[in-house]
Ligand binder design. Structure first.
Ligand SMILES: O=P(O)(O)OC[C@H]1O[C@](O)(COP(=O)(O)O)[C@@H](O)[C@@H]1O
Ligand SMILES: [Mg+2]
Ligand SMILES: [Mg+2]
Length: 371
């Protein structure tokens, strides 16, 4: 075949027909609102948590609009002040922080720990809840129009002298956690301790609708996510684990692996939830990275809750993330999460070894890369 006919053959079908369309056109799943009603009916003590999630979801729809307009919304990557972690804030970091704070002011929330605020922000003094939030996750993706998100964890207020007290409790005290992915579709991923679900934004009605019910992460998968540019800074156990993945079917893992890294924790977490695999952001030898890059309260603890509720596991390499207690609100933590067998496998590489001990042949003096 040549010319016009060949070009026509290469074209996508004009319309998707038959069975492949069925799943898209069947009546959509129940709304996030319906789900929250059901959770409160199951456990009345979740009423304030549900109200807070509703407020966060409304803000997420607004942020999704801004992200979706891309450069038409202005220079979303324009640089401003430095945030709590020393990162330069981009315009979208600030827009998202302001919109989520506005939402939380209307919710039964007393305190907020935001990546974009140095100290705990006090809201309604008598309200029962405290929220930790990363208003805009994946900031390095803003300027290139790639996926970004929002992460949050909700826990009860702890009253006392220390304004940080509410946040210095284990991750197991979270009553709910969630993240939003502003990607090709906007998704709202949430748990109130009764499974993890994904709701997808129906842009016509501005409603989040259930698209992935009671998720179950496969126990093992052939995909890992790590920023491999840091290889020379990693500790021995991480080097050894990745080396063995890279050896594929010729190494001790006896199978080939694929690697993915989106530079947005939310997107990597959504992929792991749907397709399985393991994500690693370990501590490394770079200055300031001994505990990795991710923040315990508004990144690793919420993700850990969601992953565990979907049957997966989350550790810092040695301890279950959900049991970790922060000593300050912007504390960092290494993070390894995903399919249980893969997370257990990483833990075995750490077993009995100090994080900085050991060297793998691939990355050591006689490593493959240098031979
Ligand atoms: O640039 P790196 O070191 O690969 O780090 C990427 C990681 O940093 C983060 O972007 C940190 O989030 P923020 O954008 O909220 O600071 C994660 O989403 C992502 O997993
Ligand atoms: Mg983040
Ligand atoms: Mg952020």
């Amino acid at each position: 075949m040549a010319g016009k006919n060949a070009a026509q053959d290469l074209r996508c079908p004009a319309a998707v027909t038959g069975a492949s369309l069925k799943t898209m056109t069947k009546p959509y799943g129940s709304s996030l609102d319906d789900h929250l009603d059901a959770e409160v009916a199951r456990d009345a003590s979740l009423a304030d948590t549900a109200a807070t999630i509703r407020a966060l979801a409304a803000a997420a729809i607004d942020v999704s609009e801004t992200v979706g307009r891309g450069s038409l919304a202005g220079d979303l990557a324009a640089q401003g002040e430095h945030n709590s972690d020393g990162d330069v804030q981009k315009a979208l970091d600030v827009i998202a922080h302001k919109r989520f704070m506005q939402a939380l002011e209307e919710a039964p929330v007393a305190q907020v720990a935001s990546e974009e605020a140095e100290d705990v922000v006090e809201l309604k003094p008598d309200a029962p809840l405290a929220v930790a939030i990363d208003p805009l996750d994946g900031s390095s993706n803003i300027g290139v129009g790639m996926v970004v998100g929002t992460i949050f964890g909700i826990r009860p207020v702890t009253r006392g002298e220390d304004p940080n007290a509410s946040f210095l409790t284990p991750g197991t005290t979270q009553t709910a956690a969630g993240f939003v992915v502003y990607g090709p579709a906007t998704t709202f991923v949430v748990t109130l301790g009764n499974g993890t679900r994904i709701f997808t934004l129906d842009r016509t009605d501005k409603v989040f609708r259930l698209t992935h019910d009671a998720m179950k992460i496969v126990p093992t998968a052939n995909e890992y996510a790590i920023n491999a540019s840091n290889v020379r800074h990693w500790d021995g156990p991480v080097k050894s684990f990745i080396e063995d993945c890279l050896r594929g079917s010729e190494g001790p893992r006896d199978r080939d692996f694929n690697m993915r890294w989106t530079a947005a924790l939310v997107a990597d977490a959504q992929r792991v939830l749907i397709r399985g695999g393991v994500f690693l952001y370990p501590g490394d030898n770079r200055k300031g990275y001994a505990q990795g890059r991710l923040r315990l309260l508004y990144e690793t603890a919420p993700i850990a809750f969601l992953i565990e509720q979907a049957g997966g596991a989350a550790t810092d390499g040695q301890h279950r993330i959900m049991e970790r207690v922060a000593s300050k609100i912007h504390e960092r933590s290494p993070l390894v999460f995903g399919s249980t067998e893969e997370v257990e496998c990483v833990a075995k590489y750490y077993d009995g070894r100090q994080p900085s001990a050991g060297r793998s042949p691939l990355f050591g003096q006689r490593g493959l890369m240098r031979s």
